[in-house]
Write a protein that binds this ligand. Structure first.
Ligand SMILES: Nc1ncnc2c1ncn2[C@@H]1O[C@H](COP(=O)(O)OP(=O)(O)O)[C@@H](O)[C@H]1O
Ligand SMILES: O=c1ccn([C@@H]2O[C@H](COP(=O)(O)OP(=O)(O)O)[C@@H](O)[C@H]2O)c(=O)[nH]1
Length: 322
């Protein structure tokens, strides 16, 4: 549910017709009705001419700007706030704990941290990310289109800087290979070049981070849309220190994917076109959002692998400086 924002026409006619006093009266009425309402995210007051949204589960109100864009809100039937989403994540966790346990044996092997995690620890339900853990973390998001070279550069970064590399595409693939109840859905979405629901991706990422025992994370290919970003910030409490953006043309990305030769179900021309569309429509706005926060380091991904890495190295060395 959203608050009734005045249309531009209504605003203009109100301004022309109503006296200043009447307008003040109307605002007071609105203030009286919502005066006590505070945003569930930032705790600030209701403002008449701002976009507000109400959680359909807990019925708390939020400033749109704190939670979700108005354009996106208009496309969803029911809005669920971050803490209600978190509850959903926890119940999801209870339901799919067993399949995830087997998946994470594979994930942990990928992160090369198997030796630090006993089988008993793997079987424990994931804990909330502790305060301490979240305070000391270093997080770098690696974003760019499909085939822009994210995975290639991440391998080099891991060798050079020793981050824990979490590739969300790999986490999803491990889930497919584990034969879990979510495997088929994930595989079907991947074939279609569509995004997997944020709560599933969020859960996989949260568990991988919890179990890695590492503090420096390279998160590759996530967040891919606004919903992922909001979930990362408000539910997983992940805030990147830096966003490495590998900028590459569609033509070059397509050529690379068609030559990748890894037997992937999504590296064919039809699916590539769909993935590029999802990237342009959903991921670029996320990159823009981090640009406004001054976190993006744009790298020319079109150059050779080593040239790209020279640029990436310079950026990450800057991050390590006190
Ligand atoms: N700078 C580059 N120049 C040429 N080929 C590249 C470059 N970076 C990556 N590749 C190749 O392009 C393909 C896609 O790279 P990859 O790292 O898997 O992309 P992403 O993880 O962004 O989908 C791989 O076959 C990789 O070897
Ligand atoms: O945060 C993510 C990351 C990946 N995917 C899915 O996994 C596929 C492959 O992603 P990956 O990062 O492996 O490859 P890329 O498209 O970057 O080459 C995507 O098309 C999506 O279907 C997703 O839904 N959410």
């Amino acid at each position: 549910m959203m608050n009734d924002l005045p249309t531009i026409l209504k605003l203009l006619s109100e301004q022309a017709a109503a006296s200043k006093d009447e307008e003040e009266g109307l605002e007071e009425e609105d203030e009286e009705e919502h005066g006590e309402t505070l945003c569930g995210a930032c705790g600030e007051n209701y403002a008449t001419y701002e976009f507000w949204i109400c959680c359909d589960m807990c019925e708390k109100w939020f400033h749109g700007k704190c939670i979700i864009t108005q354009a996106r809100a208009e496309h969803i039937k029911q809005y669920k706030c971050p803490s209600c989403t978190n509850e959903k994540l926890n119940s999801l966790n209870r339901v799919i704990k067993a399949p995830f346990v087997s998946t994470f044996a594979q994930v942990i092997a990928r992160c090369a941290v198997m030796e630090t995690t006993t089988r008993d620890e793997q079987l424990q339900a994931p804990k909330e990310l502790s305060e301490n853990f979240s305070n000391e973390r270093r997080i770098v998001y690696v974003l760019g289109g499909p085939g822009s070279g994210k995975g290639t550069q991440c391998s080099k970064i891991v060798q050079h800087f020793g981050f824990c590399h979490l590739n969300v595409g790999d986490l999803l693939q491990a889930e497919v290979e584990s034969g879990s109840e979510y495997g088929k859905m994930i595989q079907d979405l991947k074939k279609e070049g569509k995004l997997v629901p944020s709560d599933v991706v969020g859960k996989l990422l949260q568990q991988a981070m919890e179990r890695s025992n590492k503090k420096k994370f390279l998160i590759d290919g996530f967040p891919r849309n606004e919903e992922n970003r909001v979930l990362a910030e408000n539910v997983l409490k992940i805030e990147p220190d830096l966003v490495l953006f590998l900028d590459c043309s569609e033509g070059e990305m397509t050529r690379r994917l068609l030559n990748r030769n890894q037997g992937r179900v999504d590296d064919n021309i039809d699916t590539i076109k769909k993935r590029l569309k999802v990237y342009a429509e959903s991921t670029l706005p996320v990159i823009d959002y981090y640009c406004t926060k001054g976190k993006v380091r744009k790298i020319d991904g079109e150059k050779s692998i080593d040239e790209v890495f020279q640029e990436v190295k310079g950026v990450l060395e800057e991050l390590d400086k006190p």
